[in-house]
Each structure stands twice: as C-alpha cells, then as structure tokens.
Design a protein around this ligand. Structure first.
Ligand SMILES: NC(=O)c1ccc[n+]([C@@H]2O[C@H](COP(=O)([O-])OP(=O)(O)OC[C@H]3O[C@@H](n4cnc5c(N)ncnc54)[C@H](OP(=O)(O)O)[C@@H]3O)[C@@H](O)[C@H]2O)c1
Length: 228
C-alpha cells in the first residue's frame, strides 16, 4: 500500500486530500496540529487506513516524535500542506512583526523541518514525491503588493524547495511546488471559487502525472508553470 503523509490534514485542503487518498487505497498519515477537529476524526473513524498523528511543524520535538512514529517505513508522497496567513486585508505596512515571524516559522521553516525529518523515509520509496503547497502569492515577479508576511514565506519556501530539488534528485525524490488555486477554506474564505475537494482533486491528479522531468517545477493545479 502506498503511503502519503499530509501535514495540516485536519481541515481545508489537507482534509480533502486525505479523503481522496484514503478513497484511492493509500495509507494516509495525517499530521494534525489539532487532531480532534471533527473532519479528521470522522475520516479516521470511517477509514482504517487513515492514521492521525499530532504534528506541529514549528516544534523540533513534535517533528521528531512524528518522525519516530514513521521510523523505518517508506513514504511515497509527502504533501507539505500546513500553512498560516495571519494578516489578511490589512494595510501591508501594518503587519505585526511577531505574526510575520510566526508565518515564516510555519510556512518556510516548518516545511523544511518536516521535509528534512522525513528524507530517509522518502528515499526508501521507489520513486518518492515531495509536494509543497505553495501559492500564487509566492511569485516575486507577480507580487500582489500586499501580505508581505505570507508572500515572503511562500517565496522563501519555494527557494528552499528549488535547492532541495537539486540535491534530492539523486536519491529519487521528485519535488514540486503547487499553487492549489483560490479555495474555500478557513484561509481562503467564503468567496473562494474552488471547493476544497475540487482543488484537492486537481492537485492529486497533477501529482499522479508527475515525472522526473517535473522535478523543481512551480505549477498551478493544472500543471501549468507559475511565474517565479
Ligand atoms: N485556500 C486558498 O485559497 C489557498 C491559496 C493558495 C495557497 N494555499 C495554501 O494551501 C495550504 C492549505 O491551506 P488551507 O486553505 O486548507 O488553509 P486552512 O484551512 O487554514 O488549513 C491549514 C492547516 O494547517 C494547519 N497548521 C497551521 N499551523 C500549523 C503548524 N504549526 N503545524 C501543523 N499544522 C499547522 C492549520 O491548523 P489550525 O488551523 O488548526 O491552526 C490548518 O489545519 C496552505 O499551505 C496555504 O498556504 C491556500
């Protein structure tokens, strides 16, 4: 059974991805900051192949404990989905610097931390994939002119992924950065055009088509190149 690890899997896009992969027969390891949220509890109760493990990607000890639970097991796919966006809709210069630091801790350093912790598990798989859920707001050339905290965190994580794509290819790991589309979640808000299951379905389909030629690409949910 193929194994997928999804971070931030208790709601939103992460939960929708967990559902799709579970329905497709994957073993789903759901890393959750809040493992008691209704959606992930219900999914785990109805799908024996879904395992919920507490995970705070900002915490060394939490990531280490998560890694210990997967010790010696191959991971075919890691989806770095966990993310935060604190300062929506405010004047960009009014950003609270402690929020900005938190955003970098989750969206950039947290993604690197869990990725590095699971590197050995990914290398054990025949052809592993590491997919980081990025954003159109990661694009430096098409910066929206707002949300300096969120945009910089996503641009920075793309930079880290590009470096990892150079270094991990020899170990058979394909790395991809995906803008999931504006999606109706806690983060995306009620006006977003895409339902979580729609963007999750596109992202899953895209991942299934990924080959070594895609290593290091930054794409939208249909696989089109995004501007750096
Ligand atoms: N929705 C959109 O339109 C959109 C657009 C572009 C990119 N994205 C990206 O898509 C991904 C999923 O976002 P979403 O829209 O599904 O947002 P969401 O509903 O807010 O889900 C994000 C999940 O990440 C979790 N998380 C936050 N901090 C964490 C930490 N330290 N460790 C582990 N998990 C943590 C959150 O937990 P709590 O909420 O319980 O704290 C939440 O369950 C994010 O990376 C986001 O940046 C979303």
């Amino acid at each position: 059974m193929s194994v997928v690890v999804i971070t931030g899997a208790e709601q939103g896009l992460g939960l929708a991805l967990a559902r799709l992969y579970a329905n497709d027969g994957f073993r789903v390891v759901a890393g959750c900051l809040n493992p008691n949220l209704e959606g992930i509890v219900a999914l785990a109760a109805s799908s024996p192949q879904v395992e919920v493990i507490p995970l705070d990607v900002t915490s060394e000890s939490s990531v280490a404990a998560f890694g210990d639970r997967l010790s010696g097991q191959a991971v075919d796919l890691l989806i770095n989905n966990a993310g935060i966006h604190r300062r929506k809709g405010s004047a960009p210069e009014s950003v609270v610097f402690s929020d900005w630091e938190d955003t970098l801790r989750v969206n950039t350093l947290g993604v690197a931390r869990i990725s590095f912790a699971l590197r050995a598990n990914l290398v054990m798989a025949a052809q592993a994939r590491l997919v980081t859920i990025s954003s159109d707001w990661a694009s430096v050339s098409q910066h929206p002119g707002t949300a300096y905290d969120y945009c910089s965190s996503k641009a920075a994580v793309n930079s880290v992924m590009r470096g990892m794509a150079m270094n991990w290819a020899k170990d058979g790991v394909i790395i991809l950065m995906v803008h999931p589309g504006w999606t109706r979640t806690k983060m995306g808000g009620a006006d977003a055009p895409l339902l979580p299951e729609d963007s999750a379905s596109r992202v899953k389909s895209l991942i299934s088509r990924t080959t070594t030629a895609d290593n290091g690409r930054y794409v939208d949910n249909l696989g089109n190149d995004m501007p750096w």
